[in-house]
Every structure is written in structure tokens, then in C-alpha cells.
Design a protein around this ligand. Structure first.
Ligand code: PLP
Length: 389
């Protein structure tokens, strides 16, 4: 007996789809808030055939990525792994795995990403309270102590490197305060990992997350996550299941730990990429990497000063990976960013939230943090400013 397949003719017109040309991406110098340019060595590493996510060669890569991430963050946390997704997925993982409905979460908000933490924590049923500082300021230990005393949270979250403002939050003493008040500390290191000093264990951080596309010079799509044994104890003692299946570390640990049991198909080529990006970081050495970022940032500050442009953040709290520059009166900030991309193939970021229309954001991250890029940027900006004035 023969079966006849009945195939219905497609109804969507494909003529314009068939005439599309092969992919052609413009060569941009990405000096905005991210993504930054990927290191060519990382791109080459991605350009291989995938292997099985349970292949023994892949399992070896997983171990290497975990050890390299511990080095990058300066932590001994066993539960350190890359989340499949961008930084927001790893951010969400920190909250999903710690918050049980009704838990009190305190968020320190001095920029766009603090607000995102508030939003996410609320979605997991937390009773969220927040303290605020103006966009461009940092929190003091006195601010944090007063808030812990008032709110008595189980979890506190703070952003180390606020990409929306260009502020680097000083971390000395915050972990000790959180321990004194018996609360877990979550730290956003999306714009600091691979760019500025980070000492998670020394600082007493319990959970941290980052991304691949900034200081690590890797494309976006895979994101470092870590949690301490203190945070694991809270996870193991939960009354309710983690409300997000994909990001549940009690399930993911069976794949990333000894069990090696299937959870979801790992983004294999992104694992090649982050492994290579982290290897390059280890090869350069953390201190050299941090110094390279500091030197690039200082060259930028000097060049901006020569052009009579002002940085938004006081020098002592500036983030080397991301600088906010005040848009001078009478200049159309958007016209400048448009001209930079159109005429110079150079991406510069605009302001977000409270700083929208007030600042530009210059990213010098990972592979891009070089004196040559600083000079290219300053020359292009100088030219564009004369053209739009
Ligand atoms: C400080 C900070 N946190 C979180 C995120 C979210 O990361 P992603 O955009 O990779 O999801 C970003 C993105 O730029 C960020 O700068």
C-alpha cells in the first residue's frame, strides 16, 4: 500500500527572500556600552563544528571554563558555571535561585540596572525594598548599614559596575555588613569582569553574574554565574521549587557537577568562545588586564579634558571600562552618535534613563581597551564635533 503525502503549497511569497544577498556585516569599532568587538582568536574558536554536549571532549571544556571563571572572579565557589543566555539570564538566575515568595530583598539603585534587579526580584515574589542614589553617585557603608538595619532583608543586591552611569561601586566592607545582618550579597559584575579588579571571595560576595560581550571580548550569548556555599545552603533548604526551570541551579548542577546528566542542549560553540576568551584573560594575567584598562581609560580622560569635555562621574569613582561624557550645551548628542557610525564606522553609546540626552557612553572593554582605539575615537569625535556645531 502506498501513502500519498499531501503537501499544501506555501502561501508566503518567497521572491524577495530568495533574492537576499549572503550576510554582509559592516566592520564597526564598538566603543559603546557593549557588545564590544570580539577578539579574533575567540571568533576563530567559535568557527568549528559543534560536538555533543555530553562528549568527553566537551566535558573537559566545561571543567576548564569553570576553573577559568573562578580565576577571573577570584573565587573558590564550586557552583561556578556559564548560563546559556545573555547577562540578564545570569542576573535572573541569581534571583531565581535565592528568592522564595515573601523573602525580603534590598536593592541598591543608582542606575538603570538597579531598577532591573528590583523588577526581577518582584517577579519571583520577593518583598522588595530599595535605596537610591543619584545616577553617577556611589553608596556609602553608612547608607547600606542604615538600610540593612531598617529592612532586615534575606538578600541584598548591588551593581559593581553601573553601565548606565559609569560608576564603579567601592566594595570594601559591604560583604562584612551583609554577614553581620545575615543576608546574602548579590553583585552585578556585567561591566567589570575582565576589565577592573574583582575579588569575590575577599569581598564576601555570595552570588555574582556577568556577560561575555564586554570585558571578555566574546560575542553575547553565554554568561558567567557563581554562587557561594552560603547561597547553596539557602537553595537546598527551600520550601518551594525554583520558579524558573531553565535557570534552576539544583537541576543544572547535575549537568555541571559529577552527574553530567542532560538538562538542556548546551550552546556548544558559545562554550568554545568563552573558553577561549577566558584562556586569553589567563594568558594576559588579571593584573596586566586591569592595568591595560586603566591606562586606556586615563588616556581617554586626558584627551577629553584637552577637548574641554567633562566626565559625568568624579574621578575616584570612575569605571575604567565605561566612561560617561557630558554632552556640551548646544550639541545634539544623537547627531554626533549618528555621524560617528555613518562616517567613521564607530559606535558610541547614548544615555539611558535619568541620563538620556545628557551623556555619551564610551566603552573601552577587553580587546578594545587599547591606546590606538582611544586615539581613533578622540580624533573622530573632534572632527564630528566641528561638523555638527
Ligand atoms: C550592569 C549590567 N547588568 C546587566 C546587564 C544585562 O546584560 P545583557 O544585556 O547581556 O542581558 C547589562 C547589559 O548591558 C549591564 O550593563
Amino acid at each position: 500500500m502506498t501513502t500519498t503525502l499531501s503537501v499544501t503549497a506555501p502561501t508566503i511569497d518567497t521572491r524577495h527572500l530568495k533574492s537576499l544577498q549572503p550576510l554582509d556585516i559592516p566592520a564597526r569599532l564598538l566603543l559603546g556600552p557593549g557588545p564590544s568587538n570580539a577578539d579574533p582568536t575567540v571568533l576563530a574558536a567559535m568557527n568549528r563544528q559543534p560536538i555533543g554536549h555530553l562528549d568527553k571532549a566537551y566535558l573537559q571544556l566545561m571543567d576548564e571554563v569553570q576553573s577559568l571563571m573562578r580565576y577571573a572572579w577570584q573565587t573558590d565557589n564550586r557552583m561556578t558555571l556559564p548560563v546559556s543566555g545573555t547577562g540578564s539570564a545570569a542576573m535572573e538566575a541569581t534571583l531565581a535561585n535565592t528568592v522564595e515568595p515573601g523573602d525580603k530583598v534590598l536593592v541598591c539603585v543608582n542606575g538603570y540596572f538597579g531598577h532591573r534587579l528590583v523588577d526581577m526580584a518582584g517577579r519571583y515574589g520577593a518583598e522588595v525594598s530599595s535605596i537610591h542614589r543619584a545616577w553617577g553617585e556611589v553608596f556609602t557603608l553608612a547608607d547600606i548599614r542604615a538600610a540593612l538595619e531598617e529592612h532586615r532583608p534575606q538578600i541584598m543586591a548591588i551593581v559593581h559596575a553601573e553601565t548606565s552611569t559609569g560608576v564603579c561601586q567601592p566594595m570594601d566592607g559591604i560583604g562584612d555588613l551583609c554577614r553581620e545582618y545575615d543576608c546574602l550579597l548579590i553583585l552585578d559584575t556585567v561591566t567589570s569582569l575582565g576589565g577592573v579588579p574583582l575579588f569575590l571571595d575577599q569581598w564576601g560576595v555570595d552570588l555574582a553574574y556577568s556577560c561575555s560581550q564586554k570585558g571578555l571580548s566574546c560575542p553575547p550569548g553565554i554568561s558567567p554565574f557563581t554562587m557561594s556555599d552560603r547561597a547553596l545552603t539557602k537553595l537546598n533548604n527551600r520550601q518551594s521549587k525554583v520558579a524558573n526551570w531553565y535557570l534552576d541551579m539544583s537541576l543544572l548542577s547535575n549537568y555541571w557537577g559529577k552527574g553530567r546528566t542532560y538538562h538542556h542542549t548546551a550552546p556548544v560553540n558559545m562554550t568554545y568562545a568563552i573558553r577561549e576568551a577566558l584562556r586569553l584573560l589567563a594568558e594576559e594575567g588579571l593584573e596586566n588586564r586591569w592595568t591595560r584598562h586603566q591606562n586606556a581609560a586615563e588616556r581617554l580622560y586626558a584627551g577629553l579634558e584637552e577637548m574641554d569635555l567633562t566626565c559625568h562621574v568624579p574621578r575616584e569613582h570612575r569605571l575604567h571600562t565605561l566612561t560617561t561624557v557630558r554632552i556640551p550645551a548646544g550639541i545634539d548628542g544623537k547627531a554626533v552618535t549618528n555621524k560617528l557610525i555613518d562616517d567613521h564606522n564607530l559606535e558610541l553609546g547614548g544615555g539611558l534613563g535619568d541620563l538620556a540626552g545628557k551623556v555619551w557612553r564610551v566603552g573601552l572593554m577587553g580587546y578594545n581597551a587599547t591606546p590606538e582605539n582611544v586615539d581613533t575615537f578622540l580624533a573622530a569625535l573632534k572632527q564630528v564635533l566641528t561638523e555638527v556645531a
